[in-house]
Write a protein that binds this ligand. Structure first.
Ligand code: ASP
Length: 618
């Protein structure tokens, strides 16, 4: 078969554009053959480009030459077609296609390129084998759904850019080849050829640079920045990802919150979701733990309820509950009444998941069967109802599942230096059960409106985290995060690290952390003290961050900022199930790019130039 050249032919329309009002117009479309149906004298080609699909008809009698070419065409061939738009005959319209009312009667067909039979058809839904999708990513990306995801991504990124520029932010690029920026992951390193044995690090974030830009007087910076973190990949992580990174001088936390709320509203609007004036709830880390048992609360469900005061000392003794530790409960709405066996299985499952940590399930419905405990059951139900009414205005009924967790006598008050472990464990159970009964309560079902999105700010995070292995206090955030001013003046910074609060905040959506930021340390003496408090000697701090400590000494304004994961925001807005659906060329869970096949060994010559040698570790 001979292929045609494009010559001077010009496309007049895109494949998703034509409507019945275009009937009679002569058009030229170009794209891929999505499907081909051969009815003998009539051949139908569905031609696809990124905007949609148009049906082309080639009639052997009217255009024998074009018809002959259509006979040779196969799926994914690249074609150009010129013809006249006509309204489809009675009963032949396809209401599932936006162009379904019309077809183009082809008079000329060019076969611009052929295609091997693809390993999967871009005309169909994603195949289950993701490795094959990633290896043939160019075919996978042709699918309508992927084209839509990347259109959303582009619109969202542009909306954020425009918003920030309007707010007076400058977009400034920072280097990829730099030195280590501590964000808690391993660095990707780039060996230097001219300086044997020396390495650049790819940035885990532009953190130090954006702070230096504030010292440089830029006032408001942003960047849609690529970050690189070599960490053990969990399901929803990528070794390189994109952040909307920003920093400003002289902010209060609220100043930053308002900027972020503004761009999120614009970004959601760009994806077709009108958030309106939705309240972004704000709570401290301690409140989040007390009410949700987690630092990224999913507020699409009722909060936890502290039932400690309902269990008097006496009741605790009879029911074998620890005299001092908290009793926590929550409801999962609309689970439906469970049969005796289903309830028993659930209780066993919960008990099993607790192992022997000391926590136990208290069966409220069984309490009701014993007169002595009826008042307790009622009191518990009243408290759960109160919370549920705040949540959705509905009374607690037998359709709702009540979960009450009690600590047995002798349950440890702290676990791994963490006095909040009970709240966290019960909070995790709340999420597990919410997932298990998602079909029943329907609270996670997307309706396409603002109600699907519950945002909140979590503030006042702890400054330090205990590292049991190393027996040290580690920075819970990067080490440039400012502690609360009173925690510095009160001496807590030195005497009671576990109680020091950071001026750090997260923005959370539906139980997912979208981003985090902080007010930074802007004084050299405080920064040096924080490095010391993290167990770094002054020499070590100088060796790693000397340039930054120096910069802090030349008139550093108070400043702060935040970074939000663009990939995650787009994933949510596109309704995608994984970050890989919204990153054009993502890596697998083993950090491999299956299409280009990276990483790979390099030639001896390259290794020699870089003064590198591989050593096989046993
Ligand atoms: N650099 C931080 C991060 O990447 C964000 C920030 O503090 O602005 O998570």
């Amino acid at each position: 078969m001979t292929l045609d050249f494009l010559g001077n032919l010009q496309r007049t329309h895109m494949c998703g554009e034509l409507r019945s009002s275009d009937a009679g117009t002569t058009v030229t479309l170009m794209g891929w053959v999505n499907r081909r149906r051969d009815h003998g004298n009539l051949i139908f080609l569905d031609v696809r480009d990124r905007t949609g699909i148009t049906q082309i008809v080639l009639d052997k009698e009217a255009s024998p030459e074009a018809h002959a070419k259509a006979e040779a065409a196969r799926s994914e061939y690249v074609v150009a077609v010129t013809g006249k738009v006509r309204v489809r005959g009675q009963g032949l319209a396809n209401p599932n296609m936006v162009t379904g009312d019309i077809e183009v009667v082809g008079s000329e067909l060019l076969l611009l390129n052929e295609a091997k039979t693809p390993p999967f058809s871009p005309a169909e839904d994603a195949i289950a084998n993701e490795e094959v999708r990633l290896k043939y990513r160019y075919l996978d990306l042709r699918r309508v759904e992927m084209q839509k995801n990347f259109a959303v991504r582009s619109r969202v990124a542009m909306a954020i850019r425009n918003f920030l520029v309007e707010q007076g932010f400058l977009e400034i690029e920072t280097p990829f080849m730099t030195r280590s920026t501590p964000e808690g992951a391993r660095d990707y390193l780039v060996p230097s050829r001219v300086h044997p044995g020396h390495f650049y690090a790819l940035p885990q974030s532009p953190q130090i640079f954006k702070q230096i830009l504030m010292i440089s007087g830029f006032d408001k910076y942003f960047q849609i920045a690529r970050c690189f973190r070599d960490e053990d990949l969990r399901a929803d992580r990528q070794p390189e990802f994109t952040q909307i990174d920003l920093e400003m001088t002289f902010p209060r936390q609220e100043t930053i919150f308002r900027v972020v709320e503004g761009f999120l509203q614009t970004a959601f609007k760009a994806a077709g979701v009108e958030l309106g004036n939705q309240q972004f709830v704000q709570m401290t880390y301690d409140q989040a733990i007390a009410r949700y048992g987690i630092d990224k609360p999913d507020m699409r469900l009722p909060a936890m309820v502290d039932l400690s005061t309902e269990l008097t000392a006496e009741l605790r003794e009879t029911l074998k509950v620890d005299p001092a530790l908290p009793v926590l409960g929550f409801t999962i709405p609309r689970v439906g009444e469970l049969s005796g066996t289903a309830r028993k299985a659930l209780v066993n499952e919960i008990r099993g998941s607790f192992g022997d940590c000391g926590l136990d399930f208290l069966d409220v419905s069984r309490l009701r069967t014993n007169e002595a405990f009826v008042p307790l059951a009622e009191a518990i139900a009243a408290k759960l109802t109160a919370e549920q009414i705040v949540f959705n205005g509905e009374n607690f009924t037998t359709e709702d599942l009540a979960v009450v967790i009690t600590p047995k006598p002798g349950t440890p008050a702290k676990w791994n230096h963490d006095p909040q472990w009970i709240w966290k464990r019960v909070g995790a159970l709340r999420l597990e059960l919410a997932k298990k009964y998602a079909d029943k309560h329907g609270l996670f079902t997307q309706t396409g409106t603002a109600a699907d999105f519950k945002f909140l700010w979590v503030t006042d995070f702890p400054m330090y985290e205990w590292n049991e292995e190393a027996k040290t206090w580690d920075a819970a955030h990067h080490p440039f995060t400012s502690p609360h001013e009173d925690d510095i003046t009160s001496g807590r910074l030195v005497n009671d690290k576990g109680a020091v609060r950071a001026l750090a905040y997260d923005i959370v959506l539906n139980g997912t952390e979208l981003g985090s930021g902080s007010i930074r340390i802007h004084r050299q003496d405080v920064q040096a003290e924080i490095f010391r408090s993290l167990g770094m000697t002054d020499e070590e701090a100088r060796a790693r961050f000397g340039f930054f400590l120096d910069a802090l000494e030349y008139g550093t304004p108070p400043h702060g900022g935040i970074a939000l994961g663009l990939d995650r925001i787009v994933m949510i807005l596109a309704g995608a199930s994984s970050l890989r659906e919204v990153i054009a060329f993502p890596k697998t869970a083993k950090a491999i790019d299956l299409m280009v096949d990276a990483p790979t060994p390099v030639s001896e010559q390259q290794m020699r130039e870089l003064s590198l040698r591989t050593v096989t570790r046993s």
